[in-house]
Design a binder for this molecule. Structure first.
Ligand code: RFL
Ligand code: PHB
Length: 388
């Protein structure tokens, strides 16, 4: 088999890249280790930036998002029971959209099926060959047999635990990492959200987040230790731990109910540099991870895909490799700013240190954020997404 671009991974990065390339007549095959059902079962991101919305529209998969997505013109931060609002509309003239990653993935899968572009699910033992030469190829096992695809380029969109980044010789790659001593315990429930806007909660008992997927479906998170086991968190225990962290109004509006999903995600900041190795280009979580506090992971995957798809279009349509040559530098420039914002929000909002000095600094930072228009604007500009 031969194609122009082999894309490893059918998460949002891989599917979006496939859709944009297909639109420009560039042949691509996606190889995904899991089944489509499994990919759709993962509950992850919920907040998307305007630039990501625009890209989904450009890929032709934005219709359902515009119908069902919730436009949020601000976000709320609650400190010790008092809520403060940061208005994106007033400070930046922009907004974000609350629309689940599961739905985006479904829209992209449907778009790909409609386009008739090939995705091979349950593709095991993916190996990359010859990425530093002119004629790379990829081998994998599917339907019980070993198969091979020759290509011009490989896009590594296979997430943090994928094979692409690990295929690169150690001397060619530098990893920057910060692991936080905590995780997020998340719950999804068919109960109405406590507020029309997201509430990020700073509390002596630990961080909490009240988010949503729709007017009837809530998503809540609690800071937890990395040693926690999700099985030791029956729903009642979750609601009991969430309740005292909320302000009076949110507490009064809290409707509890059975969880339809519950999971723990560790918090990590990670960047691999560079993002290009010969004819292999990394995009999304394969190259970088942010802690979820700034809601940037999926949005960064989308911005990488924007740079990479444009560069590949330039290569095939204009016979110019300028975009490919600058891909890593351009993508990393935006990545590091989102890394900084996510790290800052994480350290400001979680109970990380038991040192009273550190706790006072957190409160001073939050107070400054609420009182200074300049500080609130910095927050808002980053939250709604920096320009490309
Ligand atoms: P994904 O989604 O991990 O997809 C990678 C795909 O590659 C497949 N794969 C392989 N396929 C073939 N061969 C192999 N050897 C393979 N190894 C792996 C995997 O099965 C998978 O299908 O990466 P991608 O596409 O880069 O997308 C990244 C986003 O999923 C991620 O950044 C976000 O979910 C992060 N995130 C959030 N981002 C936001 O922008 N806004 C949010 O509100 C937000 N909230 C979150 C989040 C992530 C969370 N968790 C669980 C880490 C909330 C949480 C709790
Ligand atoms: C979510 O709704 O899953 C969500 C929202 C905001 C975040 C992270 C996750 O910062």
């Amino acid at each position: 088999m031969r194609t122009e671009v082999v894309i490893i991974g059918a998460g949002p990065a891989g599917l979006l890249l496939g859709q944009l390339l297909h639109k420009h007549g560039i042949d691509n095959v996606i190889l995904e280790r899991q089944t489509g059902e499994y990919v759709l079962g993962r509950v992850r991101a919920g907040v998307i930036e305007q630039v990501t919305i625009d890209l989904l529209d450009e890929a032709g998969v934005g219709a359902r998002m515009h119908e069902d997505g919730l436009v949020h013109e601000g976000v709320q931060i609650c400190v010790d029971g008092v809520r403060h609002r940061i208005s994106f509309a007033e400070l930046t003239g922009k907004a974000v959209m609350v629309y689940g990653q599961t739905e985006i993935t479904k829209d992209l899968m449907d778009g790909r099926a409609a386009a008739g572009a090939p995705t091979i699910y349950a593709a095991y033992d993916v190996h990359l060959h010859g990425i530093f030469g002119d004629k790379p190829h990829v081998t994998f096992r599917a339907d019980g047999k070993t198969q091979e695809i020759a290509c011009d380029f490989v896009a590594g969109c296979d997430g943090f635990h994928g094979v692409c980044r690990k295929s690169v010789p150690a001397h060619a790659i530098t990893a920057h990492e910060r692991v936080y001593p905590l995780g997020w315990l998340g719950i999804l429930s068919d109960t109405p959200p406590v507020s029309d806007e997201l509430i990020y909660v700073h509390h002596p008992l630990g961080f909490a987040l009240c988010s949503m997927r729709s007017p009837t479906r809530s998503r809540y998170y609690l800071q937890c230790s990395l040693a926690e086991d999700v099985d030791s968190w029956p729903d009642d225990r979750f609601w009991e731990e969430l309740r005292p962290r909320l302000d009076d109004k949110a507490r009064a509006r809290l409707v509890t109910g059975p969880s339809i999903e519950k999971s723990i995600a560790p918090l990590r900041s990670f960047v691999a540099e560079p993002m290009r190795f010969g004819r292999l280009y990394l995009a999304g979580d394969a190259a970088h991870i942010v802690p979820p506090t700034g809601a940037k992971g999926l949005n960064l995957a989308a911005s990488d895909v924007r740079y990479l798809s444009q560069a590949l279009v330039e290569h095939y349509a204009e016979k110019s490799d300028a975009g490919l040559d600058h891909y890593s530098e351009r993508a990393l420039n935006r990545v590091w700013k989102a890394e900084r914002f996510s790290w800052w929000m994480t350290t400001m909002l979680h109970r990380i240190s038991e040192n009273p000095f550190d706790q006072k600094i957190q409160l001073a930072e939050l107070d400054y954020l609420f009182r200074s228009k300049a500080a609130a604007t910095v927050f808002a500009e980053n939250y709604v997404g920096l320009p490309y």
